[in-house]
Each structure stands twice: as C-alpha cells, then as structure tokens.
Design a protein around this ligand. Structure first.
Ligand SMILES: [Zn+2]
Ligand SMILES: [Zn+2]
Length: 214
C-alpha cells in the first residue's frame, strides 16, 4: 500500500507530494520547491526515509508545480514524466516566473517521459493510473491510486473549487467536463489530493462543489 507525504511550497502555496510504498520506491508529484530550504526539506524527507525516487511526475506545466524539477532530477539522476501537451507551458515557464516576480534560477527543461491516458505508473508493488483531466491547462493529468482510493488532481479539482481557466490553454467547459467524466465517476470515498489547499473526497465535491453541477 502507498503512503503519502505532502509539502506546501513556494509563494503559491502549492502542494508537493511524495508517495511511496513498502519497497521504499517513490515518485515525487509536482516538486514546487523554490528556495534552497524548500529543496532541502523535500530531499531531507526522501533521504531520512531512505526512499528510492523513480521519477518526477508533473500534473501540468505551471511554474508553481515544476519549479523544483531540475533540482530533484539532478540530485537523484531521475527523469520527469508528464503529458506531452504541457510543452508550451514549460517553454513559457521562465517568462511566467518573471511575470510573477519569482525568478527561476535555472530553466525548466521539457519532460523526458510522455504520459498518456490510462497509462499505469508502477511504484514498487503499487500502481498509479494516469487520467487526462484537461481544462485548467493543456496536458493536465490526474493520478489515480485505485487500491488506496486516492486521486491527485493537480489544479483540476480543489476542495469546493476548481482550477482557474484564464491562463493560456485554459477552458472552463473542458475543465467541468473533465471533472464530471473522469473524477466524479470515481468512488465517492476517493480521497482527493489537490495541487493547493486541503484534501477532500469525490463524494463531498459532488455534493458541495459550486462550480460543477453533477
Ligand atoms: Zn496550475
Ligand atoms: Zn497550481
């Protein structure tokens, strides 16, 4: 069974997740660590628990979710996996970071590994399924851990909210459709780990999310 540890990084209060199982293999979802102390916090956790990182997975290409990619990649010699459509956001990321007054020390490179809908990512004895959930950004994915009843939604779905759709590549109707057809079809007790804010469940969001009528 998987375990999860979450971190809140960078001025956007982005949630970074490390998930690992009894084999100690782990993946890092959306390393948003920006300062060196944030990088140390993430790497320190991985090292303290003697985890073996397999890859970084980006749920989408916005800067708050990818700022730590290069530091983590370099430290562990691993690759970054994402949907191929995140490319434009990643190419724009340095400019976007400047716009937000958060200069990135180094350019974020394009992901090395392409993820597609339905693909299974093995973490030790455990599995994550890639669900395409576009609408907040091009190439947005969620990661579903069926055995644990968890879904990592990036910025598609939040507790009582949904991701912004006013950035390039955003589309409000597409996002609502993604949530209705890919997330709200998961079991109601599925725990939702979002890119920002607290956890929730699919059932609670079906009942109370004001942006997506069931
Ligand atoms: Zn985003
Ligand atoms: Zn975000």
């Amino acid at each position: 069974m998987l375990q999860v540890n979450s971190f809140v990084f960078n001025p956007f209060a982005e949630n970074t997740y490390v998930i690992y199982d009894e084999t100690r293999q782990c993946v890092i979802i959306d390393p948003g660590c920006h300062t060196s102390s944030e990088v140390d916090e993430l790497l320190g956790f991985i090292d303290l628990h003697q985890l073996e990182p397999l890859m970084v997975v980006n749920t989408h290409g916005h800067i708050d979710h990818i700022m730590g990619n290069e530091a983590v990649k370099r430290h562990y010699g691993i690759q970054v996996a994402a949907h191929p459509e995140v490319k434009n956001d990643i190419l724009r990321s340095r400019q976007q970071a400047m716009m937000f007054g958060l200069p990135m020390v180094e350019e974020c490179k394009l992901p090395e590994v392409d993820l597609t809908d339905g693909e299974l990512i093995k973490v030790g004895n455990s599995t994550l399924e890639v669900l395409c959930t576009p609408g907040h950004a091009k190439g947005s994915i969620s990661l579903y851990a069926m055995a644990e009843g968890w879904v990592f939604t990036g910025d598609a779905l939040f507790c009582r909210s949904i991701g912004r759709t006013d950035f390039p590549g955003g589309d409000f109707e597409e996002l609502r459709e993604s949530i209705r057809t890919r997330l709200f079809t998961l079991p109601e007790d599925t725990e939702v780990y979002s890119g920002h804010g607290e956890t929730t469940t699919i059932g609670e969001e079906k009942d109370f999310n004001p942006y997506v009528a069931v």
